[in-house]
Design a binder for this molecule. Structure first.
Ligand SMILES: C[S@@+](CC[C@H](N)C(=O)[O-])C[C@H]1O[C@@H](n2cnc3c(N)ncnc32)[C@H](O)[C@@H]1O
Length: 233
């Protein structure tokens, strides 16, 4: 079926607190490909962003493997400066990033093609960012190292950059621990309860459902601390 004939629908996500709320409209394409619809990890990461919105104003944020871009759109609505990206090999996913911006009246959000593990001019010329977002990027083990390499490269431009990511558990035997060590990163799991995401329904969406979803923050390992520990052993 040609892309113009694919059925399109709109999903709405409503984030709220006592005094503020934020509604996001996400257009989806009914298609089996990965970046065409919102994945269960996405509302969880978006909820983390919403929960921490006060600290995001003025921050520069890049979303990788963004697909329909719910977390990036919430960050933009919370006054962060956002860049959206998906693989340069999937123009339809890049079009979805742009469609989500348009559906939320967000102009001036750059959409760039960044394929994990590839050192293209788009990646090399990327400005330093404060936060990288990744929702359900770790779904195929063949991509795990490419994602970490890309994130570690972006962190070299600004060592304080954090990678906020949500991960859906599909097999208990999967681990990125050795890749984090290899590429000098460390990770901290954030309990979903701490940002009110420990629920099958989030932002009015039943997407998280019964899936086991984890939220992690990854950072460049503090090399100075590591050296200090070795020297004083
Ligand atoms: C499971 S989907 C998640 C989409 C979206 N982040 C979400 O949670 O709704 C994975 C996303 O990664 C993108 N992707 C897959 N392989 C990629 C690669 N090698 N480089 C960059 N993006 C890739 C897909 O196009 C898709 O948008």
């Amino acid at each position: 079926m040609s892309s113009s004939k694919r059925q399109k629908i709109e999903k709405f996500f409503k984030f709220s607190s006592d005094s503020e709320n934020c509604t996001v409209c996400i257009p989806e394409v009914l298609d089996g490909n990965y970046g065409m619809y919102v994945w269960p990890c996405s509302p969880v990461l978006a909820q983390y962003i919403w929960y921490h919105r006060a600290s995001l104003k003025g921050k520069t944020i890049l979303e990788i493997g963004a697909g329909t871009s719910l977390p990036g759109i919430v960050a933009a609505k919370c006054e962060a400066t956002v860049i959206l990206s998906d693989s340069s090999e999937y123009p339809q996913c890049l079009a979805n990033c742009a469609a989500s911006c348009e559906a939320n009246n967000l102009s001036n959000i750059p959409v760039v093609g960044i394929k994990w593990g590839q050192f293209t001019p788009e990646l090399l010329n990327l400005q330093p960012v404060d936060i990288i977002l990744g929702s359900d990027c770790f779904f195929d083990t063949k991509d795990f190292e490419d994602i970490i390499v890309t994130v570690a490269f972006i962190m070299k431009k600004r060592p304080s950059t954090e990678f906020w990511c949500t991960y859906q558990e599909r097999s208990s035997s999967r681990s990125i621990e050795y890749l984090l060590m290899k590429w000098g990163l460390e990770s901290r799991e954030i309990d979903l309860e701490t940002f009110e995401a420990d629920s099958p329904t989030l932002a009015g969406s039943a997407l998280p459902g019964n899936h086991t979803i984890h939220m992690y923050i990854m950072k460049k390992k503090n090399q100075l601390t590591a050296r200090f520990i070795i020297l004083h052993k």
